[in-house]
Write a protein that binds this ligand. Sequence first.
Ligand SMILES: *Cc1c(COP(=O)(O)O)cnc(C)c1O
Length: 429
Amino acid sequence: MENLSERDARHIWHPLTQHQTHPAAWPIQKAEGVYLYDEAGRKYIDAISSWYTAVYGHCHPEITGPVARQMQELDQVVFAGFTHRPAVELAERLLGLLPGNQEKVFFSDNGSTSVEVAIKMALQYHFNQGKRRQVLLALEEGFHGDTFGAMSVSGLSVYNGPFQDLSLEVIRLPAPTGKNNEAALEMARKMVAEHAVAALIYEPLVQGAAGMRTLDPDGLAAILEVVREAGGLLIADEVMTGFGKTGTHFASEQLPLKPDLICLSKALTAGLVPMGLTSCTREVFEAFLGQDTGRGFFHGHTYTANPLACRAALAALDLLQSPAIQEGIRHISGQHEAFARELDGHPMVEEVRHCGVIFALDLKVQTDRYSNFRDTLYRFFMDRGVYLRPLGNTVYLLPPYITAPEELETLYAAIRELLDTLEAGTYAG
Ligand SMILES: *Cc1c(COP(=O)(O)O)cnc(C)c1O
């Protein structure tokens, strides 16, 4: 009899995977709280909250309960023409938490579509006013998703290399890190002077897929100001940073300029079901009004505002705003800070950084971003009951907010052991 990995390999094409060289997929049977359980019954701490989604822990009864009840009442209905309570309540709740200038929400299916919607809204916003502004600004090494528009504004070439010539008109600015603020700002000034810029898209404070790169808030704020001054819209992609990751509900709260459009997904539905959402200001929304049908925004996905997803998102907001979760976020941030101090200056550590519940370190080793080294690192941590996905030489943590201090200590201990092994030169990878 074939095992599950073999049956998988026979028929399934996995995401972000080179099947010729990639090890077999690991069968996971169950998830509960901070743990994933494999078919053999071994358990692993989900140190990246399953790609930043399950931040309240897996199969949380306060999420699954309301969704199960919703399932008995209204499963799915067309959202063009109809509305329903979960969608209306979610819009009300979310707009109460988002930066104050946000007034409308548009539902879609995932992070990429939330970005796609924001880009199309920004382009049509100018078009509807008779302005030809089609250039998009983005930050180098940013990641915004895999659909064509989202891929165009992303800077990671392993994803978009084959499609380079087919993308939207995009200019990439250096991501301001504190050391290059002046150069990045200078470039932004030059680009808005020379091009008809429709919008800037950016990941506020932390660039996730770039290896949890932290941005300098002042450097970023200065760029946002230049773009807004020049009449470009600001699109904050909070798909990763949203819902508490950076210590505040949204990373945009920590920047002086409020964005015109905000993209949300991932933790929006607590890891239960997919949903994306784009919020915008009244000004953006009103640019689409008129007697002419074509002035409207003709974009819509079949599962728009799915009631189960909306119910999951509402339950997630209850948790996010609960004292226990807020205490968890503070606690993890504090423990990360102490661990970062401990590792600073370690001979095998190039750089260590943290922001809210996000912790990352770059190993002092030579490696390609997507080399086999990361498969070996991955294995090293799995053998120690820790699930994380290193990016090149970057090891990062984004644990669920319910991770207990001693569970966090297990993650740190595995990282310490890796560093010691690398330092002693006994590392087999
Ligand atoms: C993951 C991510 C996306 C894409 O979301 P998907 O749901 O994978 O399509 C977009 N932007 C950022 C910042 C992300 O982290």
